[in-house]
Design a protein around this ligand. Structure first.
Ligand SMILES: [Zn+2]
Length: 542
């Protein structure tokens, strides 16, 4: 670990030369380099040793602070938490916890007799590995230590005997359960993210090298054209199918998945017809442990099943239309990842159809384009989210856990941020929130560092430089008032013509620090304004 940090620091010093506050690689490029070249080295093996050790955290934080300053082109005194927020780079603690949670997620996807898989708790999903321990002594992965409520019970008993008895009792009760291993510690990190232990399974045997890929069994099409054109072509196609379909030998099926934003429940819907006269709709409630992606796959799999159950002797073509490109793309590859079950199950259906010489087509149709079948499938999926009965086929999906891990990381970061004392007074007024992705548009390094300096109030302007003993007076010579970010951006007469020009260009009626630093529009204004005025740069001070 010491070595890893040393390695990472060395790489940092190599990369650091690529950029300073004035020129060099852009903020985005430096951020990318930090994550790819430094973090990846430093974080090697985190799941093996991470246990909230503060002294180790400090070392990582020190490296991160150096890097953040380089990435943002910030001053040494810039508040650290603000730099992390601005660069969308989480504090090491948040990062480590996320790494450990992701590691647990990976363990869930290992095959049953993988050496790591056999060392986690028996009850860790999705398999039982037969690891029975003395659970009175050891803490299971999804168990919380509770030892506080024992002490209050017998406070009013006085006799000596009882007192001795009590002492003994307390001794036994307060003995802490042992944590079995680091693996148990890591897996416990995600226990509270799982609403149930019925987790999506990944199976090695489903991916035998000789198993056929779906593309060889099904004609899978995703149009490269835009939504409008694809919709028109789709209408024409369906018309053609219907013209030739007097004998109902073609089955036409639309599928959809949907999420109810109020209840977080997922629904799947299938619309089945041969002629748009006699129609059938099917709905499922999949519970709240999945993502739309899973619901879409679920619906497609059901489409195959329904087609099979409704097939006639003369059926020769099945058309399945889904509006989810992600789901269709997932079916095209058979990797050991989320959604693998559907690849396997659809493969089995496809083979059955093939034996009957029935052709299969799976195509993407754009959603919300007035395609009747798609609208009806959408309706059926929405209805699914409102059904009382949750289908026993539902489970907790890997995609769901992945999203939960991201959410939990952000919550932790937010907690650290809101408790932090190093937000920076000036920065704090903009009420920024932690996020995983940075959203600034790419601008020259110098413009970005000036932007960040103005945002934190630490940079090349007199109100800041004045902090040093016997330096500039902090007065703007032209306006004769205090020169601080606010003055430079909103009031300084020297730049009023530039300011007014860009204000019109960017269609901003009103200017305030909050508008400028908290909105996308304001940010565009600032980048342009900084570029033209050259404020908050070293050159401007000379
Ligand atoms: Zn001025």
């Amino acid at each position: 670990m010491e070595k890893k940090i040393a390695d990472a620091t060395r790489v940092f010093h190599q990369i650091a030369r690529l950029s300073n506050t004035e020129r060099g690689l852009s903020f985005q490029a430096m951020r990318q380099l930090y994550i790819a070249c430094i973090v990846s080295i430093a974080d090697f093996g985190v799941p093996i040793w991470w246990n909230n050790q503060k002294f180790l955290l400090d070392k990582y934080q020190k490296l991160q602070n150096l890097a953040l300053r380089k990435i943002l082109g910030a001053f040494k005194t810039s508040p650290i938490m603000a730099m992390e927020l601005e660069a969308a780079i989480p504090p090491p603690k948040v990062r480590f916890n996320k790494i450990c949670m992701n590691y647990s997620l990976r363990i869930m996807q290992l095959f049953k007799n993988h050496p790591i898989r056999t060392r986690v708790s028996t009850s860790f999903p999705p398999y039982n590995n037969g690891n029975e321990l003395d659970w009175d002594k050891y803490l299971d992965w999804n168990e919380k230590e509770q030892d506080k409520d024992m002490e209050i019970v017998e406070l009013d008993s006085d006799s000596q005997q009882e007192q001795r008895h009590r002492k003994k009792r307390r001794k036994i009760k307060r003995k802490k359960k042992k944590i079995v291993s680091q693996l148990f510690r890591i897996t416990s990190e995600i226990s509270e993210l799982l609403p149930s232990l019925k987790i999506e399974k990944i199976k090695q045997k489903w991916n035998s090298p000789w198993s056929q890929s779906l593309t060889s069994l099904i004609d899978i099409q995703i149009s490269e054209l835009d939504k409008e054109k694809t919709a028109i072509l789709h209408h024409e196609k369906v018309q053609k199918i219907l013209l030739k379909n007097q004998d109902n030998s073609n089955a036409i099926i639309y599928t959809d998945g949907s999420k109810n934003e109020q209840t977080n429940k997922l629904g799947a819907g299938v619309f089945y017809t041969t002629n748009f006269v006699k129609n059938q709709c099917f709905s499922w409630n999949l519970g709240a442990g999945m993502e739309v992606f899973d619901a879409e796959l679920f619906a497609i799999e059901k489409a195959f099943k329904i087609a099979w159950e409704n097939k006639q002797l003369n059926t020769d073509k099945v058309w399945i239309f889904s509006d989810s490109q992600a789901a269709i793309k997932r079916l095209k590859n058979s990797s050991l990842k989320a959604g693998q079950y559907y690849v396997q199950s659809i493969r089995n259906w496809s083979k059955k159809f093939k034996d009957k010489a029935i052709q299969l087509h799976l195509e993407w149709v754009p959603g919300h384009m007035n395609i009747r079948g798609n609208d009806l499938a959408d309706k059926a999926a929405k209805k699914g989210t409102e059904l009382q009965y949750i289908t026993p086929e539902s489970y907790i999906s890997l995609a769901f856990i992945k999203r939960k891990i991201r959410e939990k990381g952000l919550i932790k970061w937010n907690n650290i941020w809101s408790k932090s004392k190093s937000k920076g007074k000036h920065y704090n007024q903009f009420e920024c929130k932690p996020k995983w992705k940075q959203s600034a548009s790419t601008v020259k390094k110098q413009v970005f560092s000036s932007y960040f300096q103005l945002k934190t109030g630490h940079g090349y302007f007199k109100s800041y430089l004045n902090r040093a003993p016997d330096s500039y007076p902090d007065i703007c010579f032209i306006c004769n008032t205090k020169e601080n970010p606010e003055h430079l951006l909103l009031n300084c007469k020297r730049y009023s013509s530039i300011r007014n020009k860009i204000k019109i260009e960017k269609q901003l009626n009103q200017l305030s620090l909050k508008i400028l630093f908290s909105s996308k529009q304001g940010q565009d204004f600032l980048f342009e304004y900084i570029r033209q005025t050259g404020i908050a740069t070293r050159k401007n001070m000379l």
